[in-house]
Design a protein around this ligand. Structure first.
Ligand code: SAH
Length: 461
């Protein structure tokens, strides 16, 4: 099994830094199921190819493996596993290219997130599924695909073709993204995993799928196949994926690393909101419907914000926010910057007045449409911050998710979801009635006709 990765980025030999593998050396690694070798068939400044050769030991597999359903006696010894790209490749990627997969590069850190012209070639991929599967998986991620259907045996053309393909995938992406795509999607193509799939598989899938799986049109199919259609696991994975809950609080990463980490949709939304508010020069900020405090965390990290008030109608969410932000343990000067308040956006509240900015992130769609008027008054007429940044789902994007039946909302508690036109009409009227200007920003990957998964209105007075 051979995976080669080629770049024409200049100087192309930077690939060696990114993979942490010297282009002049042949390196071999012992894996539980055989060996992996890394070498560079070509390494010039103009073009560089790193090859990962997997030498899967069929005897080891047959003896050490769990009992599988084999249809004939010699099958444990005679099968395609050593030769096709499968979950063995994913394990090898994690062990041999682990730094690159996790986005670490000491020598050239600026390359980690840089989209590079990359081409991955897989010598043989077993595609179990309909002929469009490769397209469904890779086209939405921007890949150009060349798939060559391989003959079962070139010496016996009359045997015809099997389900093996040689696959070339081209894209302008970061190496980390390419490796994570392969890590998840190669076993999805293959339709199998060489190990028992349990709950820890969900974590791996969500980690490797961070920043792209959540919005992938085939996310349900990817989750199903990755977790071998085990209903309990697939349901849990989808719930976690859609929870909008990529949580920064549990990580020990430095702020720089956080900045560099790839962003899930909700993180992207929160970062964009913070950057927009920061650029206005605001020093006092309201986070209305603050939930468990993900935005508050980002606001606290930036010392420009001297006064932060998070408000939510759910007492439980506020308690969680208090714990997650470790408010009790903050030094007094930090603690003084932030306040949590139990309250509803339906009622006028003097305490909300006089702030520079307010964020209302994914909240309005939780309000009953006929009570929206009350919210509009409370925020735009009475509280009247200089800037209001408000986000809400874009319902047009829902068609991208095949598992979401037409007309159904993304979240059971949503009371409505608006198209871009509906949101813009509402926002433009509210702005005009209350003396604000408004502009609109798409949040997340944009698709022709349907736009991005989420939308943001920025109101300024
Ligand atoms: N802004 C957070 C949470 C979004 S979920 C985030 O982006 O992560 C929506 C939040 O709005 C919930 O926490 C819910 O309790 C809150 N909410 C719903 N109705 C509200 C109301 N009338 N007043 C204040 N908060 C409300």
């Amino acid at each position: 099994m051979l995976l080669s990765i080629t770049t024409t980025h200049q100087p192309a030999t930077d690939l060696g830094y990114l993979l942490h593998k010297h282009p002049q050396k042949l390196q071999s690694f012992k894996l539980s199921f055989g060996k992996a070798h890394v070498f560079y068939p070509e390494a010039t400044a103009g073009k560089c190819t790193a090859a990962l050769l997997l030498d899967v030991d069929p005897i080891k597999l047959a003896r050490g493996g769990k009992s599988r359903n084999f249809s004939f006696a010699l099958q444990p010894y005679v099968n395609d596993r050593p030769y096709v790209a499968s979950s063995f490749l994913s394990v090898a990627l994690a062990q041999v290219y682990g730094s690159a997969l996790n986005g670490r590069c000491q020598d050239q850190p600026q390359l980690v997130n840089q989209p590079l012209p990359l081409e991955a070639h897989l010598s043989a991929v077993s595609i179990s599924g309909d002929g469009d599967l490769v397209q469904r998986l890779f086209v939405p991620l921007g890949y150009e695909i060349e798939a060559t259907h391989l003959e079962l045996d070139p010496q016996f053309p009359e045997w015809g073709q099997g389900q093996l393909y040689a696959l070339t995938l081209k894209n302008q992406v970061s190496l980390q993204a390419l490796l994570n795509h392969l890590y998840v999607l190669v076993p999805v193509l293959d339709g199998d995993k060489h190990y028992w799939v349990g709950e820890d598989e969900i974590d791996k899938l969500l980690k490797r799928g961070e920043s792209w799986l959540e919005t992938h049109p085939a996310r349900q199919e990817i989750v199903n196949r990755s977790l071998k259609y085990r209903r309990q696991l697939t349901q849990q994975a989808m719930a976690q994926l859609l929870e909008d809950d990529a949580d920064l609080s549990e990580t020990d990463d430095s702020p720089e690393e956080k900045k560099e980490a790839t962003l899930g949709l909700h993180q992207l939304r929160l970062q964009t909101v913070v950057e927009t508010i920061k650029a206005s020069g605001a020093q006092s900020v309201l986070d209305l419907g603050c939930g468990e405090g993900k935005l508050l965390r980002l606001l606290l990290q930036d010392l420009q914000f001297k006064q932060i008030l998070g408000m939510d109608v759910s007492y439980r969410s506020l308690q969680n926010a208090q714990e997650r932000l470790h408010l009790e343990e903050l030094p007094a000067r930090q603690r003084e910057r932030i306040q949590l308040k139990h309250g509803s956006l339906m009622y006028r509240d003097e305490q909300l007045g006089g702030y520079d900015a307010a964020a209302v992130v994914e909240v309005i769609e939780h309000l009953d449409a006929d009570r929206l008027k009350a919210f509009e008054k409370v925020l735009f007429q009475y509280a009247q911050p200089k800037m209001i940044v408000l986000t809400t789902p874009n319902s047009e994007y829902n068609v991208m998710w095949s598992e979401l039946p037409a007309g159904q909302f993304r979240h059971p508690d949503h009371r409505f979801e608006w198209s871009r036109a509906a949101f813009q009409e509402w926002a433009t009227n509210i702005a005009a009635e209350n003396g604000y200007r408004v502009r609109f920003v798409n949040l997340g990957p944009e698709v022709a006709e349907v736009g991005s998964p989420s939308q943001m209105g920025v109101f300024e007075r």
